[in-house]
Design a protein around this ligand. Structure first.
Ligand code: ATP
Length: 292
């Protein structure tokens, strides 16, 4: 196989709790991860020469070792002594630095693609063991679907698919650094933690109402006060029929859940009218990731 195109899906967090800060500075989390049908497209092409190169439509993204695509490819190339080269074209649609694991899902697609193209024979567990070296969320991005993620994000429990619904994803015109958010999270001041176990129960029972009731992200306590536009977008979506709305990851992307497609379309139109969102999409949950 000399050429392959994959869709690398974005994720949202239906729940995000930070349990504690470890001595080494990492945070232990408990997150409910959900893949959404919003994706980057990656095209992989084998090269005869021993090169590793990429190009992308998103001008401000690095295309060298600072891109997770190159880091993931270099890792497998070195371990397996692959002598042929690889060229990657990345069409970016997932909001960047937005709490949607865009970089992680691109890296996941590289692992899946190279495993197939170079016949490495790695099963999912073996791929995930390598993926975590690139980033804590990369193993989840390989697996996709609905999952409970614990530890620093690498301990994964696959859950049944979350109850289906319509999802608006909206990213305001601001950038938020994940590092800054974690540095400014003071766990001792957090009064209420998300009910992650309750969320898992609701998903297992297939109860959308239980999921909606428990939408909660502890990182909102840091990001939202500094960026009121996030609260504003949530408010607009709630006023326009959303069952619930929440910031994803460390933000600033907001997502909102709807049980009615027409209502969601109307809410999206209203939101676009306010010009508060730089990017906005109407999508759904999906179980698939890194698919052709
Ligand atoms: P997470 O939800 O895991 O915190 P994120 O959505 O906040 O991820 P990304 O979009 O993954 O953040 O990107 C964060 C930074 O990583 C960007 O500023 C960018 O410079 C760098 N980066 C490296 N590779 C990629 C990539 N393939 N796509 C997007 N960003 C990348």
């Amino acid at each position: 196989m000399d050429k392959l195109t994959l869709k690398a899906m974005a994720k949202i967090n239906l729940g995000l709790d930070v349990v504690r800060r470890r001595e080494d500075g990492y945070h232990e989390v408990r997150m409910i991860m959900q893949t959404v049908n919003l994706y980057d497209r990656l095209t992989f092409e084998k090269k005869k020469e021993d090169v590793l190169q990429m190009e992308t439509n998103m001008k401000r993204l690095p295309t060298d070792q600072n891109n997770l695509v190159i880091r993931a490819a270099a890792l497998l190339k070195e371990e397996f002594g692959i002598r042929e080269g690889l060229a990657v074209r990345l069409e970016k649609r997932i909001p960047v630095a937005a709490g949607m694991a865009g970089g992680s899902t691109d890296a996941a697609a590289v692992f899946v693609a190279m495993n197939r193209m170079f016949a490495l024979g790695l099963d999912e567990k073996e791929l995930e063991a390598r993926a975590v070296k690139i980033g804590a969320d990369v193993p989840y991005c390989i697996r996709g679907g609905t999952a409970l993620s614990e530890g620093i994000g690498e301990k994964l429990t696959t859950l049944p698919p979350a109850p289906s619904c319509h999802v608006i994803v909206a990213k305001p015109f601001i950038h938020v650094s994940t590092k800054w958010v974690y540095q400014n999270l003071h766990l001792e001041n957090v009064k209420e933690h998300p009910d992650i176990d309750g969320m898992v129960e609701s998903i297992r029972k297939g109860e959308l109402s239980g999921v909606v009731k428990r939408l909660s992200n502890v990182l909102e306590t840091v990001t939202v006060p500094r960026n009121p536009v996030i609260a504003r977008i949530k408010e607009i979506l709630m006023k326009n029929g959303a069952l619930g709305a929440l910031m994803s990851g460390s933000g600033p992307t907001v997502f909102a859940l709807f049980d009615d497609r027409k209502q969601a379309e109307l809410a999206l139109e209203r939101l676009r009218g306010t010009k508060l969102a730089a990017q906005s999409y109407l999508t759904t949950f999906t179980d698939h990731t890194c698919v052709g």
